[in-house]
Design a protein around this ligand. Structure first.
Ligand code: HEM
Length: 492
């Protein structure tokens, strides 16, 4: 590891450790519920220094690998009176993902989102209201009937966007996909009139809202810092813009009710109450953020891996050729569903680069886990538990040669994730908190990449990107330069 990497790791790790410590300390509940079974082995004293040294010099994966080898699948890191219990491997995650909210929850770990999206949604409201809002997102986004509606607008955006590229040239893939996915999100979530009239303004303000993901804002979401002030200004300006749109939709009877915004306006809670203006504003901001941010990172990693691996890119191009032979240039929802190889390529990029490296939960009631080696432990109330996604998605007993980009591991013959068990693949989380945007994400990235593969010859010009660990959602570091040349896909 070179000096720059070490310095980056040191800074990131230090900030993350401080962030976790402060967050956990702030939301600490009383420890000491009586345990009737053995509690997990504890890393403290000298072994804690060793753990920190490994984390700072070799990174998160190496640190967990080392602890996993010496302590087993369940261990507690004890520091400043805080108990952080790691659950390693998918075999012991059932309660983590499926436990009742009263027994295990996010605690206060995601409070930083409240000033980003408002106190009327997400982690600003009680969990009953939040679950109802998740149902609204899901109704608007996850059903096949709703997904189908978005294909034509997505295709239109993609065609218009790439029509502006020349005959050949060099672009920064990360920048291009960021812009295109914001256009797609604005169109499908907010509707055509907003996308046409206000895209530039909304795009700029969303960039500012991004400040809420800055590590200092995650740590101190209400401190009077310049980043927080920029985030708050963007939030309040976006709220004004969206409030006007919602009011005008509510007063008009001639609305094209196809976009997600309209679905949220029309949603009703179980007691018959309609969504309020502030709730609709918060929900749409949250969706726009999810729609654009994670998908840009996933689309860029997918592209970087495909263009870096001749075998993988040949496989996705061959799939496109077969589909063109079958359907000509026509693409619809069913054709997108047939793009299995492309689907696996996106899934594999997300396995290697999950947007959240670790999930955390707070334990409100003791529970037990049994490791695959047969050890049983009781995890006491008050512990924070951590599932290291980045490590779990690279376990060699589940994923063969985990460091190799190999989309075929998810193909029908191998299905490594299915064989690995219910929680072996968790890029979109699992159980109670599964991402409602998963199907939408695959759809939009497939629309973009199938168009690129059919219409351009592409070449990765910059070296394969490193990961920028300085971001809350680790993304490809720096620019990802790609050369392009227009072509007609040869289908014979
Ligand atoms: C690569 C793309 C994406 C990834 C990897 C991803 C990942 C995740 C994960 C891990 C969670 C659960 C977090 C937790 O446990 O608290 C989540 C929740 C969620 N995601 Fe996504 N997501 C993606 C794209 C999207 C898109 C495109 C949308 C919407 C357009 C979306 C909307 C949501 C919503 C509404 C939630 C629930 C938030 C809540 O609990 O209030 N996501 N996502």
């Amino acid at each position: 590891m070179d000096v720059t990497n070490s310095a980056v790791w040191f800074t990131v790790s230090f900030v993350l450790i401080a962030a976790i410590a402060i967050k956990i300390a702030k939301g600490r509940t009383m420890l000491g519920s009586r345990c009737t079974m053995p509690t997990p082995p504890v890393v403290d004293g000298i072994s804690l220094i060793r753990l920190l040294h490994l984390l700072l010099t070799k990174g998160l994966r190496a640190m967990i690998h080392d602890q996993h080898k010496s302590m087993g699948s369940v261990f507690t890191v004890s520091f400043f009176g805080i108990k952080l219990t790691f659950l390693v491997g998918p075999e012991i995650l059932s309660h983590f993902y499926q436990g009742a909210e009263s027994e295990i929850s996010h605690g206060n770990m995601l409070d930083f989102m409240v000033p980003m999206f408002g106190k009327e949604v997400g982690y600003g409201v009680d969990f009953t209201t939040r679950y109802e809002q998740i149902r609204f997102y899901s109704d608007a986004l996850a059903r096949p009937s709703k997904l189908r509606v978005h294909v034509d607008p997505m295709l239109e955006e993609v065609e218009d966007y790439f029509a502006k590229w020349g005959q050949d040239g060099i672009i920064d893939l990360k920048h291009e996909l960021g812009l295109l996915l914001m256009l797609i999100s604005s169109r499908c979530l907010l509707g055509k009139e907003v996308r046409d009239k206000m895209f530039d303004e909304i795009h700029t303000l969303f960039h500012e809202l991004d400040n809420g993901m800055h590590i200092s804002s995650v740590l101190f979401p209400y401190a009077p810092t310049p980043v927080n002030r920029r985030r708050d200004r963007a939030h309040s300006k976006l709220s004004e813009i969206f409030a006007e749109i919602v009011r005008s939709r509510r007063s008009s009877n001639q609305v094209e009710k196809k976009d997600v915004l309209q679905n949220l306006i029309d949603s009703k809670y179980k007691d018959g109450r309609s969504t309020t203006e502030r709730e609709v504003i918060g929900m749409i901001m949250l969706l726009l953020f999810g729609g654009k941010h994670n998908s840009t990172v996933a689309g860029t990693w997918t592209g970087a891996h495909l263009l870096n691996c001749a075998r993988s890119v040949a496989a996705v191009v061959e799939e496109q050729k077969q589909l063109v032979r079958k359907y000509g240039n026509h693409v619809d929802y069913n054709v997108l569903l047939e793009m299995d190889t492309l689907h696996c390529s996106i899934k594999e990029a997300l396995r290697m680069h999950p947007p959240a490296a670790i999930f955390f939960r707070k334990v409100h009631k003791n529970f037990t886990v049994q490791t695959k080696e047969g050890h049983e432990y009781e995890i006491p109330r008050g512990h924070t538990i951590a599932s290291p996604i980045l490590f779990n998605s690279n376990l060699p007993h589940i994923y063969k040669d985990p460091d190799v980009y190999d989309p075929s591991r998810f193909g029908r013959e191998r299905q490594e994730d299915k064989i690995g068990g219910k929680f072996a693949y968790a890029a979109f989380s699992c159980g109670r908190h599964t991402c409602v945007g998963e199907a939408y994400t695959y759809m939009q990235i497939k629309v973009v990449w199938s168009y690129l593969l059919r219409n351009f010859e592409l070449k990765l010009i910059s070296p394969f990107p490193e990961t920028d660990w300085g971001k809350l959602v680790p993304e490809p570091k720096g620019k990802v330069m790609v050369g392009y040349k227009r072509r007609q896909l040869p289908i014979t």
